[in-house]
Design a protein around this ligand. Structure first.
Ligand code: BT5
Length: 329
């Protein structure tokens, strides 16, 4: 961790209370003069740090901006996902950046965030609207062991992680629509894009891209998605601290990934099923030019959707767009 990350961690840890200057200087291994310099630098970034002689310092507020040091300071130690965090003011797509890092041999777990994306993408070349400072646009590089067919498991894991973070912080119940949407009252609040580089039987790496709408109001959405999209702000009426949310999402992703590696996918899938807006419903799945109708029965152990077709057969669906046709049966 950088000095600024450790300084912010010490302040976050104490909440509303003061940390004395000698304690801070000792913890960070800095002279008081250097410490004052770091505090001033953070103030220039928008951190509201109050200093009172004898009492010390406390953090009164953070800017509505994402900073790698601040995110590192909010996260627990010893994690894989988020051990390296990189924040950009703007990028084409955070998944492009992650893909480059993958080819440069960067270890798994690096998280790339951007305040805005100029070419944010969804599946099949679709566009992902990513206005500046309104949401979380982030990608994670993973190098999982296992067969390429298991990559869908990562989408399942990411959907559960997002739903948990949103629920824990905003108290908002989010439904998961297979394979990659998070819905609130039937509207899309988040999307997941899982991109894989693989050989025949081995995954080289996976880039997991997550987009979560946070502080948009209706006019922030372009007309083409205004009726189908929603944000945390639209659902709760409040503005949300994106840094806090980003840290919660990263923490949940790390927890989910650890569970998966520890053989705990079945439990994750159970949690997914409990939050599912898809299972038990009659759906149409469009997969390229193929169209299938049936009842969404269950999740397979690799994350595929098991669909009981009109003819009574079970089809395994690995990807596609799901439209829910009717209520649960
Ligand atoms: C997705 O695709 O839902 C995956 C979205 C992944 C976005 C993240 S952001 C970080 C990382 N970097 C990227 O470039 N991408 C990832 P799909 O299921 O294909 O849905 C795309 C469709 O959702 C579009 O065609 C629109 O109809 C709709 N849409 C676009 N932007 C939206 C938004 N901000 N909120 C809700 N719906 C949106």
């Amino acid at each position: 961790m950088t000095t600024d990350a450790r300084l912010l961690a010490a302040l976050h840890e104490r909440g509303d209370e003061f940390v004395t200057t000698p304690e801070l200087a000792r913890r960070l291994g800095l002279s008081r003069l250097l410490l004052a310099g770091r505090i001033e630098a953070l103030r220039e970034l928008g951190y509201d740090i109050e200093t009172i002689p004898l009492l010390g310092c406390r953090l009164r507020g953070a800017p509505d901006a994402l900073h790698a040091d601040d995110l590192l300071a909010r996260l627990p130690r010893g994690r894989v996902i988020g051990r390296d965090i990189r924040v950009f003011a703007a990028t084409t797509s955070t998944s492009d950046v992650c893909e480059k890092l993958a080819r440069d041999g960067v270890p798994e777990g690096v998280v790339v965030l951007a305040e805005t994306q100029t070419q944010g993408r969804g599946r099949l070349g679709r566009k992902w609207v990513s206005p500046p400072r309104k949401g979380l646009w982030l990608s994670v590089l993973l190098r999982p062991r296992g067969r390429p067919a298991e990559a869908t498991r990562l989408t399942v894991m990411a959907a559960v992680a997002l739903a948990r973070a949103v629920e824990a912080l905003a108290g908002l119940r989010a439904d998961i629509k297979w394979p990659n949407d998070l819905l609130a009252r039937g509207r899309k609040m988040a999307g997941i894009l899982t991109e894989m580089s693989a050989e025949a039987d081995r995954v080289r790496h996976v880039v997991l891209g997550l987009g979560l709408n946070v502080n948009q109001t209706a006019p922030d959405f372009p007309p083409e998605v205004r009726k189908t999209a929603t944000s945390l702000k639209l659902e709760t009426g409040a503005n949300w601290c994106r840094a806090g949310l980003a840290a919660a999402v990263i923490e949940e992703l790390d927890r989910g990934y650890a569970r998966m590696r520890g053989g705990g996918f079945a439990a994750l899938a159970g949690e997914w099923e409990a939050r599912s807006a898809t299972l038990g419903r009659h759906v149409t799945v469009c997969c390229g030019t193929r169209r299938m109708r049936g009842r969404a029965e269950a999740l397979d152990d690799d994350g595929a959707l098991l669909l009981r077709t009109e003819h009574g057969r079970i089809e395994r669906v690995l990807g596609g767009d799901v439209t829910v046709e009717s209520g649960k049966t």
